[in-house]
Design a protein around this ligand. Structure first.
Ligand SMILES: Cc1cc2nc3c(=O)[nH]c(=O)nc-3n(C[C@H](O)[C@H](O)[C@H](O)COP(=O)(O)OP(=O)(O)OC[C@H]3O[C@@H](n4cnc5c(N)ncnc54)[C@H](O)[C@@H]3O)c2cc1C
Length: 497
C-alpha cells in the first residue's frame, strides 16, 4: 500500500482505549495504527472489573483522589490525581453518550461496584466484561468516522527525531517497512506485561512504543513499578493467563493450598496478597481460589467471563478450587508526560498505560487505568486540536537495523520473571542486566527489560509494587526517577538513519 497520501497527518500508535480516545476526541484527520484488527491484543478489551469514577451522590472526586494517593504510596503526582478524579464522572457520561452499556440497577441508576482499596462503590461495569463493552462501542464509532484512517496490520517500529524534534515514524505494514513523515505522534501502545513469562496482559503489550521512544531520547519514569495480580489462572502455558478478578475474592472465595488450609488475608492489598501467594508457592505449595462455598452453582451467573475461561481450561469453578498464581498485570511506569500528554521531545505525546502521568505512583488503584486511558487520550487530542502541525520533510529515511539477538522473547520472559518479579534483590537484577545489556542497542525487548531492571536496581527501598528483599523498608524521602537510554547503553549510541 502506498502510504504517501498520509504524510503530515498525526499518527496514533496503538488502538486500545487510549488510542481510540485520541482518535475520537481529535477534530482533524489522523492515522490510527493497529497491529491486528481493531481491539485485538489490547488489554482494554480484557478488562473485567470496570472503570472508576465518583458517581454516587455520597461519593466525591476528593475521596476518589484520597484512595488513589494512598495506593500510590507517596509517589503519585497530586495534580494529576486531582485532574483525573475530577474529570471521572464526565468521562463516564461521555462513554454512555457514545453507546457504552454499563450495568444499571432496577431504578435505572448505574450499578457501581466496590473494589479493594476504594472507600466507596465507584466502579462502573458491564458484568465482568467491562473492557469489551467499552471497546465495542468505541470501535463502532471509529469505524463510522471517515476522518480517522485506520491502518490495521500496522506496527510502529521507530521514531525519527534526530534533533529532539519528531520528523517521522517508521512502521511495518502488511510485511513491509515504511517511513511516514509527520511532526506529531501519540504512543498508545499499552503496557509491558508480555515481556514476562506469566502475565494477564495480551501479547501486544511488549513495550515496543516505549522502546521506540527511548531510542529517540525520550525520558521514561517509574519504570521499576510493575503491578502483579495475585490470582491469574495457573495454566501450564507460558504467556497470557486469564485473570480471576479480585471481585471473586470480594464475593467470599478463599485462597487455600493443596491441603485445604488458608494462608493469607484474601482482601489485603493486591501487592500484599501477591507476595503471600508467591512466598507460599516458593515454599513448595500449590495455591487455589476456592469459590465452592461462597458462590457454588451461582459462579457462572456472577462471573460469566471467568467461568468460561476456567471451563476452557477444564476447570468447573462451581465444583472445584481454581489453581491460581501471581502474574504481571499492569505497568505504572512509562513515557514521562506532562498534563497535556507531551513527552520530553517535541512532537511526541503518550497516553494510556504507555504513559507515566503520575496518577498511579508506586501502585495503581484498581480500575483507575481505564479512566486514565480514556482521559489521557482526550487530553492529547485537545492539545492536538490547538496545534498547527508544521509541514514535513518527506524524505524517506532508512530504518536502523542490527544483528539478530541470540535469545528469544521467551528467554527474556523467563529471565524477567525470575529476576525482576515480585521479589527483587541486587544480585538478581545485576544478573538480568548482564544478560540484557549487550542487546539493548538492537533488541526492543532487551531494551525495555533493561530499563525496568536498571530502575529497580537504582531504587534501594521497598515501596508499593516494588519489593527489594535487600532493602525491605521504604526510604524516608519518596523520590520519582526518570530514566533514559543512556542508563542502559553499554556505550554511546551511534546514530543511524
Ligand atoms: C486482564 C486484564 C484486566 C484488566 N482489568 C481492568 C479493569 O477492570 N479496570 C481498569 O481500569 N483496568 C484494567 N486493566 C488494565 C487496563 O485494561 C489497561 O491499563 C488499559 O486498558 C490500557 O489501555 P491502553 O489503550 O493504554 O493499552 P491497550 O489496551 O493494551 O492497547 C494498546 C494497543 O497498542 C498495540 N500496540 C503495541 N505496540 C504497538 C506498536 N509498536 N505499534 C502500534 N500498536 C501497538 C497493542 O497491540 C494494543 O492493541 C486490566 C488489564 C488486564 C490485562
Amino acid at each position: 500500500m502506498n502510504l504517501s497520501r498520509l504524510a503530515g497527518l498525526p499518527v496514533i500508535a496503538g488502538a486500545g482505549l487510549a488510542g481510540l480516545s485520541v482518535a475520537l476526541h481529535y477534530d482533524g484527520p489522523c492515522v490510527l495504527l493497529s497491529p491486528g484488527p481493531l481491539g485485538q491484543d489490547a488489554a482494554s478489551a480484557l478488562a473485567q472489573g470496570g472503570i472508576a469514577a465518583a458517581l454516587d451522590p455520597q461519593d466525591s472526586p476528593a475521596r476518589h483522589a484520597a484512595d488513589t494517593l494512598a495506593a500510590g504510596a507517596g509517589l503519585c503526582d497530586p495534580q494529576t490525581v486531582h485532574h483525573m478524579t475530577q474529570d471521572g464522572p464526565a468521562a463516564i457520561q461521555r462513554l454512555l453518550d457514545w453507546g457504552v452499556a454499563f450495568d444499571r440497577r432496577p431504578d435505572g441508576t448505574l450499578d457501581l461496584h466496590l473494589e479493594a482499596a476504594h472507600a466507596h462503590p465507584r466502579i462502573a461495569h458491564a458484568h465482568d466484561r467491562s473492557g469489551a463493552a467499552i471497546m465495542r462501542a468505541l470501535i463502532d464509532r471509529v469505524r463510522a468516522t471517515p476522518r480517522i484512517v485506520v491502518l490495521e496490520g500496522a506496527t510502529l517500529r521507530g521514531l525519527d527525531a534526530p534533533d529532539g524534534r519528531l520528523r517521522g515514524v517508521w512502521l511495518r505494514h502488511d510485511g513491509l517497512n515504511h517511513f511516514l513523515p509527520t511532526t506529531a505522534c501519540a504512543i498508545a501502545s499499552g503496557g509491558t506485561g508480555a515481556l514476562y513469562a506469566a502475565a494477564t496482559s495480551p501479547g501486544g503489550n511488549r513495550g515496543l512504543g516505549l522502546a521506540a521512544a527511548a531510542r529517540a531520547g525520550v525520558e521514561l519514569a517509574d519504570m521499576e513499578f510493575v503491578q502483579f495480580h495475585p490470582t491469574s489462572l495457573d495454566t501450564a502455558a507460558i504467556g497470557r493467563r486469564p485473570l480471576i478478578s479480585e471481585a471473586v475474592r470480594g464475593a467470599g472465595a478463599t485462597l487455600i493450598d493443596e491441603t485445604g488450609a488458608r494462608f493469607t488475608d484474601e482482601l489485603a492489598p493486591r501487592d500484599v496478597v501477591s507476595r503471600a501467594v508467591a512466598a507460599h508457592q516458593h515454599a513448595g505449595h500449590r495455591v487455589f481460589l476456592d469459590a465452592r462455598t461462597a458462590l457454588g452453582p451461582h459462579f457462572g451467573t456472577h462471573f460469566p467471563g471467568i467461568d468460561a475461561a476456567c471451563r476452557a481450561a477444564g476447570i468447573d469453578p462451581s465444583r472445584e478450587p481454581i489453581p491460581v498464581r501471581p502474574a504481571v498485570h499492569y505497568h505504572m511506569g512509562g513515557i514521562a508526560t506532562d498534563p497535556h500528554g507531551r513527552s520530553s521531545i517535541d512532537g511526541l505525546w503518550a497516553c494510556g498505560e504507555a504513559a507515566c502521568t503520575g496518577l498511579h505512583g508506586a501502585n495503581r488503584l484498581a480500575s483507575n487505568s481505564l479512566l486514565e486511558a480514556f482521559l489521557t487520550g482526550r487530553d492529547v487530542a485537545r492539545d492536538w486540536s490547538g496545534h498547527r502541525f508544521a509541514p514535513v520533510d518527506a524524505t524517506d529515511h532508512a530504518m536502523p537495523t542490527g544483528p539478530a539477538p541470540d535469545h528469544t522473547a521467551r528467554d527474556i520472559g523467563v529471565w524477567m520473571s525470575a529476576e525482576a518479579g515480585i521479589l527483587r534483590d541486587a544480585p538478581g537484577l545485576s544478573r538480568l542486566l548482564d544478560r540484557l545489556t549487550p542487546w539493548v542497542a538492537t533488541d526492543d525487548h532487551a531494551l525495555v527489560g533493561a530499563l525496568i531492571a536498571r530502575a529497580a536496581l537504582l531504587r534501594r527501598e521497598s515501596r508499593g509494587s516494588h519489593h527489594r528483599t535487600d532493602f525491605p523498608d521504604p526510604a524516608t524521602a519518596p523520590l520519582r526517577r526518570r530514566i533514559t537510554l543512556s542508563h542502559v547503553m553499554p556505550q554511546p549510541l551511534e546514530r543511524v538513519g
